[in-house]
Design a protein around this ligand. Structure first.
Ligand SMILES: [Zn+2]
Length: 439
């Protein structure tokens, strides 16, 4: 006689075609962000399926959130299945948005093409395959008739690719990612079937403006160019700050290893007259717009500063301000302003946290090897769950190869879908208290 756990694993194994078909169905709903197409259709597709399996389904539109409109409603779906007792709740959160297909595809990006044991298409790996695996995991648990003492939740949320403010951010503010409703969160992002992502580096998005004095461009000596001032600042970033950041190593297992330091990207820069388009005809006469001669009185740059767990946000900002103050002391006429755009501190769930431990044991049982533990260079929706939901027991774990995300010919392996569904189901048995109740 097979044990209940072995029967559960066989049940999931038998759903190989079902998890493939579900991934295909999800990919065929082109939830491209921006602008946020077909969110409503995708949310209802998930909700209607789960309602048939006994989930209580809610649709939460992020009214008033960035991007929400009647033509592009930011509709999230949250589904909850309450088990036989008052045990803890495991929540699987997947974003339903995908980035644009872009060029370079050899198959239709929204057809769900299957070949060589893979499902191809935009979002297969990031992250509709992970969503499908979590749905199959939870449905198999329910169908098994095992007496689950806690609750299972599945959400499909919007706008992760653009910050998640209308998705997980919106729901977290309303208690959907907090105790006592939810205790453990698994985000099936495509980190690989044997890797557990504990968290991510922090980020500070800021804007620096340098100021000058407007004058006629033919007599620049009568003005003071904000662009020249910005160039002095950027020179310091490149020659002083960026080399320092490169030497700041983190102990966190960030993947790829090149991101195990602090980084700074100069995201954009604009100074002087607004951007225009220029062209001339054969005579050399302008046929498009023409510039007016002014000395730039303002120049603005947007900085994307990624910081490591060993740094703190205040110090990250302060070292930029210190450089600007130094220029103000030494460079005649230099003046500046700094504005915060947004920031998220690093997250790192401890390796002995319940959700990490349960997932690690499930990986060992299903795959016969120990997991590796990683951290992400960029943020994902875990930031909202930790910061706003105040829930620490959160990881990213799911099928797919991260490098394929946002690429042409993105795919997810069908064997990975099946294996990760098994792992999610076993982890849920532990986290809801089923395993303990059997002992
Ligand atoms: Zn993703």
């Amino acid at each position: 006689m097979n044990s209940p756990v072995q029967q559960l694993l066989s049940r999931i194994e038998a759903k190989r075609e079902e998890v493939t078909a579900l991934t295909q169905d999800l990919v065929r709903i082109p939830t491209v962000n921006p602008p946020g197409d077909a969110y409503e259709t995708c949310a209802h597709f998930i909700g209607e399926r789960l309602a048939k399996k006994g989930f209580a389904v809610e649709y939460v539109r992020a009214h008033g959130a960035p991007g929400d409109s009647n033509s592009h409603p930011r509709t999230n779906v949250v589904a909850r299945w309450q088990g036989a007792g008052t045990g803890e709740c495991v929540h699987f959160n997947s974003h339903i948005d995908v980035v644009e297909a872009g060029p370079g595809w050899t198959v239709d990006p929204f057809a769900g093409h299957v070949a060589q044991g893979r499902v191809y298409g935009r979002g297969t790996c990031d992250m509709k395959g992970g969503l499908a695996a979590s749905i199959i995991a939870c449905e198999s648990l329910i169908e098994s008739g095992m007496s689950i003492p806690g609750a299972l939740e599945i959400s499909g949320t919007v706008d992760e690719e653009s910050g998640g403010f209308a998705g997980v951010g919106y729901l977290a503010e309303r208690g959907y990612f907090s105790k006592p409703r939810v205790h453990h969160v698994i985000i099936p992002e495509p980190l690989g079937v044997d890797r557990i992502c504990l968290g991510h580096r922090g980020v500070w998005w800021g804007e620096v403006e340098t100021r000058g004095r407007i004058a006629h461009g033919s007599m620049p000596f009568l003005g003071d160019s904000a662009i020249n001032h910005m160039s002095a600042f950027i020179h310091l970033l490149e020659t002083q700050l960026q080399p320092q950041l490169q030497r700041r190593q983190t102990a966190e297992p960030v993947e790829p290893p090149g991101a195990r330091v602090s980084t700074l990207n100069i995201n954009s820069i604009h100074g002087g007259q607004v951007e225009q388009t220029y062209a001339t005809d054969a005579r050399g006469w302008p046929t498009a717009q023409t510039p007016a001669p002014v000395v730039a009185h303002s120049c603005r740059t947007v900085l994307d500063r990624r910081f490591i767990a060993e740094e703190n946000l205040e110090a990250v900002k302060q070292e930029i301000v210190d450089m600007l103050d130094e220029l103000k002391r030494t460079r005649p006429g230099f003046d500046y302003a700094v504005r915060d755009i947004m920031s998220f501190v690093p997250t790192a769930t401890p390796q002995d946290a319940p959700v990490v431990d349960a997932t690690a044991r499930a990986i060992a049982r299903v795959l016969g090897r120990q997991p590796s533990y990683i951290a992400s260079p960029g943020t994902y929706d875990q930031k909202h769950i930790v910061r706003t939901g105040k829930l620490q027991d959160c990881i990213a774990y799911g099928p797919g190869i991260l490098d394929l995300a946002h690429q042409p010919d993105e795919y997810v392996g069908i064997q990975e879908l099946v294996d990760s569904a098994k792992i999610m189901a076993l982890a849920s048995l532990d986290l809801t208290g089923w395993t303990r109740a059997q002992a």
